[in-house]
Write a protein that binds this ligand. Structure first.
Ligand SMILES: [Ca+2]
Ligand SMILES: [Ca+2]
Ligand SMILES: [Ca+2]
Length: 734
């Protein structure tokens, strides 16, 4: 028996990196259709020994099938030598499926290898298969990698209802070098064979691999034909434009909704800090017939295209300044699909049941009975049925303990001001660019008074500007932009907040308008007026804990104080597993953050365990219990930091890994013809099925603690009322 190949020594551990926890930078495709199995690629760092890909929510399971560590030149050379050995085998041996597969895999690794990947933090690649049950609830999930070092940050993974198209993952983009920028353009071979009709799920826009030097023809993708409605998955490479061709009929109202920043909200080493897609539609003659770069204040384009005539049209998508790399991932839904662009009122009082009116496209109808029965205070997310039974995107809806009222026009001057009896929440709109909404309240000398708008934090384009005047029109206080640290996905904190005291007894006026003098039916708001309502919100960061067996781990708890709350907050674990405890911890009135220590007596867990930390405080005899919403500290554009909420706080207990030492992995080919040839080994990953325990029931922080939506949601909540069709509600990302 002659051994013909053992190669590829791979050194995976370095002594210094023990404390570094797994990080994932992208998943592609960032979703899949229910009832299918998707093959996904995840790029990360410190993810060696991937044990599982954990995806939240029901009806979905993932299995790691491949791990490709970033290789150094020596390792690639060894692979090349092994490839040469394999190619010396007699043709009949090479034709054996296992050998063929081995050759194909090594060829791909060698061809796609780049000596200088643009981003090290996602240069290690995990390939996983995700099986999505046909009854899996559509919507956003969170995806994490469990590796020998712990649990990674979450990424968004969407379960869709429509047929999906998606190119193979793009090879790593090479770092641009001054004077040789062309070398970092995406290498992409032309003209892959057309898909068979039965194989429309397979994208052939670009074939994988290809090591040739880039040419001009590589800059643009070959156009791919798609059939609507569908979801298109893509990754944008440097300087590239992805193009898609489809047929449409006159009169169709096509929604083209892009998700990019919604998938990866912040990119640390890119300015402005996210992929900024631009989408255009062209007719058969090449004329641009629709275009969008931002949907209102959001960088993810959404456009509606009313088809003027039967024919062939094309969609093009690229980055606004033609950047691109592996984490410039998008999903684009195209078709006569429902899209909700506005909802009014944007919230309600606990126990109230107003009808809601929705605006948008391809909706089954625009007026609905209030869908949330007995909902807790906080921000809830609603979707609505569209034509053909599809569910729409999700829109936020606020529930508050205070009574609410509708604004009544005309109320645009002191003379016409609408009288209010605080405490109250007004649901209103800045109806036009010229609109000002003025409300009259009675003030008592020295009486503390808070005015807060909830508009941008409810996805309204309104940039609120609030002014309080006395009866003579003299300004008492004003507010424009107020930073809410609990709103980690917002970069323009456009909502206004004023905490003041009335200088004397009398009548006062609260004036609200758009700071940029814009308006329209979608410029909705909720305006909270009344005495201070001291409260707090908590963030537990990061959203994961890795214990070594029977030991401790630490996590930061940040506090965000509301309306001057300065009391002590005691922290505790809510319904923890018996084997996990938290050392007594509290946050004093002057602290912004504490580091708390958790302990476990477990020596190991097979699956991540969900934990919940809550804070308890007393304010004027009232007990406040608020969840510490899990969050990740994300950097934007090299500088800004944001606490981005995550759906779950996951913990894992690991047996201490072996002492750091080089680990050999090898691609081994068999010696004897009859011996079964193993598939190329990957650091073995036990097949993991739905490794997450059910997430804790969704809880919404009461309105005084603005409950930011999770960055990615654990499964959607069931429809509140059994009967169909009704809008459904659940925590969801924005
Ligand atoms: Ca108005
Ligand atoms: Ca008005
Ligand atoms: Ca503002």
């Amino acid at each position: 028996m002659r051994k013909i190949g053992i190669i590829a020594a791979v050194v995976v551990y370095a002594a210094a990196v023990h404390a570094q926890s797994p990080y994932v930078g992208f998943v592609y495709p960032a979703g899949g259709r229910k009832g299918t199995t998707a093959r996904i690629q995840i790029g990360g760092q410190f993810v060696e020994g991937p044990r599982a890909v954990a995806i939240s929510g029901g009806g979905i399971s993932a299995r790691v099938v491949e791990y490709n560590k970033r290789m150094n030149p020596q390792e690639v050379q060894l692979l090349r030598e092994q490839l040469a050995e394999l190619r010396k085998l007699p043709p009949e041996r090479q034709a054996e499926p296992t050998i063929t597969n081995l050759i194909r895999r090594i060829t791909k690794l060698v061809d796609e290898w780049t000596d200088l990947p643009q981003c090290d933090s996602f240069a290690n690649l995990i390939v996983a298969e995700v099986a999505i049950a046909s009854n899996a609830p559509p919507g956003p999930r969170e995806l994490r990698v469990v590796s020998a070092r712990g649990i990674s940050n979450p990424l968004a993974f969407m379960v869709g209802e429509l047929p999906e198209y998606g190119a193979p993952p793009m090879p790593a983009v090479r770092r641009a070098i001054l004077g040789k920028e062309g070398e970092s353009l995406r290498r992409r071979p032309k003209a892959a064979p057309a898909p068979s009709p039965a194989d429309t799920m397979t994208m052939t826009m670009m074939a994988a691999g290809g090591g040739e030097a880039p040419t001009a023809s590589d800059l643009d993708d070959d156009e791919l034909a798609v059939t609507l409605p569908c979801v298109i998955n893509g990754q944008i490479g440097p300087g590239t434009v992805d193009r898609f061709r489809f047929e449409a009929r006159k009169g169709q109202r096509l929604v083209i909704a892009t998700q990019a920043r919604e998938l990866i909200p912040y990119i640390a080493d890119a300015v402005p800090g996210w992929f900024q897609p631009v989408v255009a539609v062209y007719d058969a003659a090449g004329r641009e017939v629709a275009y969008n770069d931002d949907f209102r204040f959001r960088p993810d384009p959404v456009l509606v295209f009313e088809v003027p005539a039967d024919g062939v049209y094309r969609i093009a998508i690229h980055d606004a300044i033609f950047r691109g790399r592996e984490d410039f991932v998008y999903r684009m839904t195209v078709g006569e699909v429902p899209f909700v662009a506005s909802i009014f009122p944007p919230g309600a009082a606990v126990g109230a049941r107003p009808d809601v009116e929705i605006g948008g496209w391809n909706l089954e109808r625009t007026r609905w009975e209030f869908p949330l029965r007995d909902a807790e205070p906080g921000i809830h997310y609603l979707d609505f049925p569209g034509r053909g039974g599809l569910r729409s995107n999700r829109v936020p809806f606020a529930i508050d303990e205070w009574p609410d009222v509708l604004e009544a026009e005309s109320n645009s001057s002191i003379a016409q001001a609408q009288a209010l009896q605080p405490p109250a929440v007004v649901n209103g709109r800045i109806d036009s660019a010229a609109d000002v909404d003025v409300f009259r309240v009675e003030g008592t000398a020295g009486g503390a008074f808070v005015v807060e708008t909830w508009a941008r934090r409810l996805d309204s384009p309104l940039d609120a500007f609030v002014k309080i005047t006395d009866a003579a029109g003299a300004a008492v206080a004003f507010g424009d932009d107020w930073e809410d640290l609990a709103s980690g996905l917002n970069t323009h904190h456009a909502d206004a907040y004023i905490a003041t005291a009335f200088p004397s007894n009398g009548v006062y006026f609260v004036h609200l308008r758009d700071a940029q003098h814009r308006g329209g039916p979608e410029f909705t708001y909720r305006l909270r007026l009344g005495p201070p309502r001291p409260d707090f919100a908590l963030r537990a960061e990061p959203s994961r804990l890795a214990f070594r067996g029977s030991s401790t781990a630490q996590i930061n708890v940040h506090v965000l104080r509301k309306d001057g709350f300065a009391g002590r907050i005691d922290l505790r674990l809510q319904d923890p597993p018996e084997e996990v405890s938290m050392q007594p911890a509290s946050i004093t009135g002057t602290q912004a953050m504490v580091r708390v220590t958790l302990r476990t007596t477990l020596t190991g867990t097979n699956e991540p365990v969900a934990l919940r930390i809550v804070g308890v405080a007393t304010n004027e005899g009232r007990v406040l219990v608020r969840p510490a919403i899990p969050a990740e500290d994300r950097m934007q554009a090299f500088f800004w930091r944001h606490l981005v909420p995550a759906p779950t706080l996951l913990a894992i207990v690991m047996n201490p890994p072996p002492p750091p030492k080089p680990v050999m992995t090898a691609f081994a080919a068999p010696a004897a013809p009859q011996a079964p040839v193993p598939t190329p080994p990957t650091p073995t990953a036990p097949a993991v099925t739905n490794a997450l325990p059910p997430p804790p029931p969704p809880t919404n922080a009461p309105s005084a603690a603005p409950a930011s939506p999770p960055a990615t949601a654990g499964g959607p909540a069931p429809s509140p009322a059994g009967a169909q069709p009704v809008p459904s509600a659940g925590p969801a990302p924005k």
